[in-house]
Design a protein around this ligand. Structure first.
Ligand code: NAP
Length: 518
């Protein structure tokens, strides 16, 4: 195949399927052609197994944040399309929930196999619409697929109980049954994994689902849904609507047929959904914003601490709810750590995620860059020092320089809130008690990281941290087999692992009485 050369942001990109297989450079048009040729560029919503446009014909454009180019247009749907999606999920529920666990498991396993078969196309789609480097996008596809595989297995392990009865002529049983129709609202930062983490267990339990992906990243959701249909997940079991978020959200909240809302996104929207679920008393799971502390003690292995905090900080250009938001460093190691950390950050390559070697893509939109600028300005105006970066990147668009800010303290926005951009605030501390107090000084409670060689300290600090996840000497801790979720205002419920199934199950007690022989 002929090689084409295209200049993007001053870099030369080579396009060829063979090169992409080895994760070398490709260019956006070639990537899009490849997705189109695979049949996975879906640009309509999915309701009752049919691909549909919005009823009033309105559309939203999906842009590549690295170039600003429009990749595709998708329907801008609202309450009417959502109501139809709910009806379709509701009518399919009666048949899907009655299948045997083995039948549901098989369909999910087929879906997993198809996602893996198409992982290159899905990864390209993620990079095109979300911006993350292709290597991370491939990582997300594997991670996203792992939830479907795991929950295809868990489908067969929904056990009930038999409870010893207080009366001899009775038997007490506990059944676990699917909740019913689920409304799932997901963010843009993990366009595939945030969907599979919800839809996998929901379908495994026998629920049917209406998904609303983010307007920024609907294409990955639509491609994944197409693979679900191909896998034999019946029409109506998985529906996708996108567009007017408040209208879609309200339709899901008001419906008495929707029995569960599962949401990943900002704390502000999560609170609205929780409030809105009250009128119909729905079951609610929320995966909300974080403000992760990453605590580096004097006794840490410095290489492990730098590598771990770098991974925890800069993955997906820090647009991850579990990203280390504040790096707390003990005074004795502060200078040495800062120097080594800055050196490591300097080695990161910023650019289009399709360019080989890129480790930092663009931010999702202009508002995200403005938020980062506001946080950095706030810190410098209160006495912090920018020791690396601190500006928009010369690539323009929504690229921002990987940044390190030293001497951050509790009064600064960088300490108080999730920055969701590539800025690493270094916060000095004196004692273990100071570190724990600073770490817990937030309403968020999702992920925390600790770097120390002391085993007693690992236990002590892990137990004292008010967080749902703790990484000790490790910066990347998410896996489908472990429970993921926050405490305090970071959310309710857990995703992944055996605990993730409980969110989609109701517990029913059956008392069988009068069992005496007559
Ligand atoms: P967001 O603005 O809350 O959006 C999340 C989803 O909610 C999107 O699909 C959005 O739709 C939709 N939405 C917005 N307003 C709505 C409304 N009034 N009713 C119903 N739906 C509504 O959050 P984001 O900016 O996409 O995501 C970033 C946030 O997610 C960060 O705070 C991050 O920490 C959090 N997050 C948490 C986890 C976790 O597991 N805890 C994981 C990933 C991300 P549109 O995009 O179409 O407007």
């Amino acid at each position: 195949m002929a090689m084409r050369r295209v200049a993007i942001h001053g870099r030369h990109l080579l396009s060829s399927p063979h090169l992409f297989r080895r994760h070398m450079n490709t260019e956006p048009m070639a990537a899009l052609d490849r997705i189109r040729n695979s049949g996975l560029l879906k640009t309509q919503g999915l309701v009752g197994g049919k691909w549909i446009d919005s009823y009033d014909g309105k559309k939203i454009e999906v842009q590549n944040p690295a170039t600003g180019d429009v990749i595709a247009s998708v329907p801008c749907m609202g309450s009417k399309e959502t109501t139809d999606a709910i009806s379709s999920a509701y009518s399919t529920y009666s048949s899907w929930s009655k299948l045997t666990a083995a039948e549901r498991s098989k369909a999910l396993r087929n879906w997993y196999d198809l996602i893996i078969k198409h992982k290159d196309e899905l990864a390209l789609l993620i990079t095109l619409e979300q911006g993350k480097p292709i290597k991370e996008a491939l990582g997300e596809v594997n991670y996203g697929a792992s939830f479907i595989e795991f929950f295809s297995e868990e489908a067969k392990r929904i056990y009930g109980d038999i409870i010893p009865a207080p009366l001899s002529d009775r038997r007490l049983l506990v059944l676990k049954q699917p909740v019913g129709v689920v409304g799932a609202i997901t963010p843009w930062n993990f366009p595939l994994a945030m969907i599979t983490r919800k839809v996998g267990p929901a379908l495994a339990c026998g629920c049917t689902v209406v998904v609303k992906p983010s307007e920024y990243t609907p294409l990955t959701a639509l491609a994944a849904a197409d693979l679900a249909l191909q896998a034999g997940i019946p029409p109506g079991a998985l529906n996708i609507v996108m567009g007017n978020a408040p209208e879609i959200g309200d339709a899901l909240l008001k419906s008495t047929q929707v029995r569960k809302i599962t949401f990943t996104g900002s704390t502000a929207v999560g609170k609205k959904l929780m409030e809105g679920s009250a009128s119909t008393v729905k079951k609610v799971s929320l995966e909300l914003g974080g403000n992760a502390p990453c605590i580096v003690f004097d006794d840490a292995d410095i290489d492990v601490a730098v590598k771990g905090s770098l991974a925890a900080k800069f993955r997906n250009s820090d647009q991850t709810c579990v990203c280390a938001n504040r790096i707390l460093v003990q005074e004795g190691i502060y200078e040495e750590f800062a120097k080594a950390f800055v050196k490591a950050v300097q080695g990161m390559q910023v650019g289009n995620g399709l360019v080989e070697g890129t480790s930092q893509g663009p931010l999702i939109n202009e508002a995200a860059v403005q938020k980062v600028e506001k946080f950095v300005n706030d810190a410098t105006s209160k006495g912090a020092n920018v020791i690396l970066g601190g500006r928009r990147h010369s690539l323009g668009k929504t690229f921002y320089e990987p940044t390190v800010v030293s001497n951050v303290n509790r009064d600064m926005l960088l300490f108080k809130d999730e920055v969701f951009g590539p800025v690493a605030p270094l916060v000095p501390f004196k004692t273990e008690e100071d570190a724990i107090s600073m770490a817990n000084d937030t309403n968020a409670g999702l992920a925390a990281y600790v770097f120390t060689k002391s085993i007693p300290r690992s236990w002590r600090v892990s137990e004292a941290l008010e967080y749902g996840l703790v990484g000790v000497n490790e910066g990347i801790i998410s896996t489908e087999v472990a429970p993921f979720g926050g405490v305090k205002q970071s959310g309710l419920g857990r995703e992944g692992s055996k605990y993730g199934m409980d969110e989609y199950l109701e517990v029913k007690y059956v008392c069988m009485g009068n069992l005496k022989e007559t």
